[in-house]
Design a protein around this ligand. Structure first.
Ligand SMILES: Cc1cc2nc3c(=O)[nH]c(=O)nc-3n(C[C@H](O)[C@H](O)[C@H](O)COP(=O)(O)OP(=O)(O)OC[C@H]3O[C@@H](n4cnc5c(N)ncnc54)[C@H](O)[C@@H]3O)c2cc1C
Length: 630
């Protein structure tokens, strides 16, 4: 691509979110610039280089099904891979990969360089250019002016970043990067409201200084696996994680040093992630707890650095070293990087439309940690959705808004834009009310068609996927008519797995419905050429058929509210009977549908009924109103 100053889409930030936004927009045909103030930090993982886990793994699979890059970045850099939650059944299990920090970033760098209409440039954005309430470009600290009608802001934890180590603090981005200051002022000037959050990370210790033999080691799963629907499945050896724990001694040292933690002295007043608390937080909130598990995890195949999961702290480096030495296996550990906390600006996400465009500045989209989230997976998913929506709006097409019953990213965006968040938002299974229909194993069936329509799933991938579906569908059909005979072989196997013997022939699918009978067990009784992935899908489909049917009925009931559009010009102050709180919240959030309005905290059922009546009145008065969505 030629170097120039005119683009259709500009993405500010080369993190997880910025990379996905730029890839999506450019692959959808838009001339795109990705502006990053340091090209060497592309898709940098400033915390643990791990991808996936509960709910986050679902985000990665969904993104992959729609044509995003993160699953492939994880597959190309995995060192260690495990299924989590396996004891709770196939329907809720989730993959987690420990990745090589450098390989992961290198994958994104390569992917960005391969799209012909995507230009990657090193520069620090300092100002948004706007024209009559619309974005028109980006200015850099070096005085360059780039023009574009759509801008995606994905500047992460860098805006007015301030690092804390003990009672010392200084302006900084994460992991020693340069913070970004001027852009915050420009956003405020443009009418956006910003607030501050904090997050933290752990010290890194030297691999060679850990006594691995004294620790409980955790190997990768022996079965081949992959995040992406299209990557070859692999097993991983040569890297392992290990478990150690804090003790009463660790906690005593921490308690004695609390006066040196900026959390205890309230030097930092802003909120951090509740679901991933620092050691300082744990000691302050649960002083009686005697031990916390800590996981030692590699950060790269050629790196000596070991990440200490669950050990993030704001303590000064000397205290960090002292507490590290209290952990089994770490008595002589060398600290390579001290842990730290960082506070930063974010854009209050209720100012965003459900397609991530800001209401204050049209054409400006926000994605990633800048919207108040935490996590690489949340950031990448939001980036993809922002990039897609920027491209769709340029093409004059309807925005892509996924429902809470369609995708985890739909839940993520609805939570952020309807309810906002008072702490860095992390995706959790419990946030998703339709978990049974939104599983790891069916992300492709839910979302691949959308990726195809967007033009992000090419012919090869689409035909591989549709062939896989039809093979699994016909095998499921066939198995309903295959009869399993009550012979010795069958009953021996059933006894072995603790399942009741059969006395009459039963269909293979009925046998699979039994909780003790897995796809693997069935494969010993029936000849089936189907792979484990499609097999797992059939197993889940038949085992949970009843629950899924019930869930789908519930989804249909709820989605009628999500289909009822609220006219953009509805004045809440004129809706008689609305509480002042509801009226304020609704005016601030401007929900697009009745469903979205119902999820805003402070808006109750009576308020919803009043809005419904107001919409009905408008409709009867001949208001130009689109009615149901989609
Ligand atoms: C200390 C720390 C600990 C964390 N701990 C965890 C954790 O335990 N678990 C977890 O899931 N997540 C954690 N995270 C969060 C995770 O790192 C982020 O959620 C994720 O990196 C966000 O991705 P992003 O793309 O939104 O932003 P980032 O990864 O922060 O990327 C932002 C990008 O924007 C660029 N940029 C910024 N300003 C400008 C500008 N003005 N002009 C041009 N480019 C700019 C930067 O160079 C960078 O490339 C942690 C983050 C930090 C910093």
């Amino acid at each position: 691509m030629n170097q120039n100053y005119d683009y259709e889409v500009i993405v500010i930030g080369g993190g997880h979110s910025g990379c996905e936004a730029a890839l999506a927009a450019s692959r959808m045909g838009c001339r795109t610039l990705i502006l990053n103030h340091n090209l060497d930090n592309t898709a940098l993982m400033p915390c643990n280089p791990a991808i996936g886990g509960p709910a986050k793994g679902n985000l990665v699979r969904e993104l992959d099904a729609m044509g995003g890059e993160q699953a492939r970045a994880a597959d190309s850099s995995t060192l260690h891979l495990r299924w989590l939650n396996t004891s709770k059944g196939y329907a809720v299990r989730t993959l987690r990969a420990q990745c090589d920090l450098r390989d992961y970033g290198a994958h994104y760098t390569r992917a960005l360089s391969e799209v012909p209409n995507l230009y990657v440039y090193q520069g620090m954005a300092s100002e948004l250019a706007t024209d009559s309430g619309r974005v028109s470009g980006v200015l850099t600290v070096a005085g360059e002016a780039f023009r574009a009608a759509r801008v995606v802001l994905a500047s992460g934890t860098y805006m007015r970043g301030k690092v804390h180590m003990g009672l010392v603090s200084f302006p900084s981005g994460p992991l020693g990067q340069v913070p970004s200051g001027a852009l915050s002022d420009s956003l405020v000037k443009a009418g956006l409201e910003l607030a501050r959050f904090r997050t933290d990370t752990t010290p890194r210790i030297c691999r060679n200084s850990v006594d691995w033999e004294s620790l409980e080691l955790q190997q990768s799963d022996p079965e081949p696996e992959a995040f992406s629907h299209w990557s070859p499945k692999r097993t991983y050896t040569g890297h392992c994680c290990a478990r150690t724990r804090t003790s009463v001694l660790t906690h005593d040292i921490l308690k004695a040093a609390l006066g040196r933690s900026p959390l205890a002295t309230r030097e930092i007043g802003v909120k951090g992630p509740r679901y991933c608390p620092s050691l300082d937080d744990k000691i302050l909130k649960f002083p009686d707890k005697e031990s916390h598990p800590i996981f030692l995890e590699p950060v790269g195949r050629n790196s000596r650095e070991i990440y200490m999961q669950n050990f993030s702290t704001y303590m000064p480096p000397d205290v960090q070293l002292e507490i590290i030495h209290t952990l089994p296996g770490c008595a002589h550990a060398l600290m390579l990087r001290p842990g730290y906390g960082i506070e930063y600006d974010y854009v209050i996400p209720t100012q965003l439309e459900p397609w991530l465009e800001t209401r204050a500045v049209r054409g400006l989209y926000c994605s990633g940690q800048i919207c108040g989230t935490s996590g690489y997976e949340e950031a990448a998913s939001l980036g993809f959705m922002a990039g897609v929506n920027a491209a769709l709006s340029l093409q004059g097409r309807e925005p892509l808004v996924l429902g809470r019953d369609q995708a985890y990213v739909g839940v993520l965006i609805d939570d952020l834009t309807s309810r906002g968040t008072d702490e860095p938002y992390r995706m959790l299974p419990s946030r998703c009310e339709h978990r049974l229909v939104m599983r790891h194993d069916n992300a492709d069936r839910r979302l691949c068609g959308i990726g195809r329509e967007l033009g992000l799933i090419d012919d090869d991938r689409w035909s591989a996927m549709t062939a896989r579906w039809s093979e699994a569908d016909s095998e499921k059909n066939r198995l309903s008519s295959v009869r399993i005979q009550p012979d010795d072989r069958t009953n021996d196997l059933l006894r072995e797995i603790g399942s009741a013997e059969i006395e009459e022939p039963v269909s293979a699918l009925d046998l699979l419905r039994r909780p003790e009978v897995s796809w693997r067990t069935l494969s010993k009784l029936v000849d089936t050429g189907l792979g484990d992935e499609s097999g797992a899908w059939i197993e889940i489909e038949v085992k949970y058929e009843g629950y899924v049917r019930r869930e789908n009925r519930h989804v249909r009931r709820l989605s009628s509210m999500d289909k009822l559009k609220i006219p953009e010009d509805l004045s809440y102050s004129a809706v008689g009977g609305l509480s002042a709180e509801a009226s304020d919240k609704l005016t601030g959030t401007m929900p697009r549908t009745l469903g979205q309005a119902s999820r805003i905290p402070g808006v109750n059922n009576a308020d919803i009924q009043l809005i419904q009546i107001a919409i009905e009145r408008l409709r009867r008065s001949g208001h130009e109103y689109a009615g149901d969505v989609g």
